[in-house]
Design a protein around this ligand. Sequence first.
Ligand code: SF4
Ligand code: SF4
Ligand code: SF4
Length: 325
Amino acid sequence: MALIDNKYLNSSSEELNQVTGTISDIERYAINDGFGLRTTVFLKGCPLRCKWCSNPETQKFHQEMVFFQDKCIGCGACVRLCEYGALDNGLIADRSICDSCNKREKAFKCIEKCYPKCRKIVGDKMTVKEVVDIVKRDMPFYELSGGGVTLSGGEPMSQPEYAYALLKSFCENWIDTAIETCGAGEKHDYELVAPYLKFVFMDLKSCDSSRHLEWTGSDNSRIKENIILMDTLAARYGYDLIIRTPVIPGFNDSEEEIGNIARFVSENLKNYKGMELLPYHKLGRGKYTSLGREYQLADAAVPSDARMLELNKILNEYNIHIYKF
Ligand code: SF4
Ligand code: SF4
Ligand code: SF4
């Protein structure tokens, strides 16, 4: 394999500790992001725009302000403070003005005066050391449960050098690592992090490239190539690769779509461990409101257990091992 360029490739542990990226959240005691009890680190930024995304606050790379209108007591402090015309009757009328305010003032100016905390910033700059120190707090739980840390997002591979520095540092601290990726990163970035992974959860949302483009904003050609790459590298580095498919009403919840995905997986992958079908859910719906965005799947129905069983039977027909986290 060709030598890969990365400015942190030969960095010392001390240098890696100082690499800084943007995190949208760190969730402790997670049980659905891999084996055992885990700490999930959500990196901000994603190249896709899936219509069903349950973490829309992680999509943009920059800091954003969310507004929980139901907490607002109408004190008017934000209205008195805002000099930029972003508000209309206390509601944010133009978020691009708030983004400029944040750049100019180095803060969303009105947030600290909102005592009920109905305005909140999503997106903290954190060094690798700061993240590792938080993750290390739960070492006893990882040891007891077989858990560890999971990098998620957003798309963690869209901050590739940060993801690399984090994963290498976790390994140096004897913490088991996993990554949840949509597969849309750069090939050489996957090659770079592969030696530092124990589990890889990689999405294949549809084999139909034009539908993929319509529902996620990107076609699937690079994603399919990266899945095959990560399957090949699994043999070299020994991580467990699990392919995940979110089952989305109207997009890929047909026998034909799941069958095409199962066929692609069984025909092209040799070292992967299995697949997980994830039923669509509406948990992220309220986040769209707080971001002032429209939720496009408001009328979609959650797939029933019986329907998920039918779709899982298709994986069985292709002799694919089924996981459920
Ligand atoms: S973040 Fe700035 S521009 Fe936006 S409402 Fe607050 S003070 Fe006004
Ligand atoms: S400062 Fe907070 S509580 Fe007061 S009006 Fe503004 S958003 Fe509502
Ligand atoms: S890949 Fe994940 S984080 Fe990115 S838009 Fe799709 S669902 Fe959201």
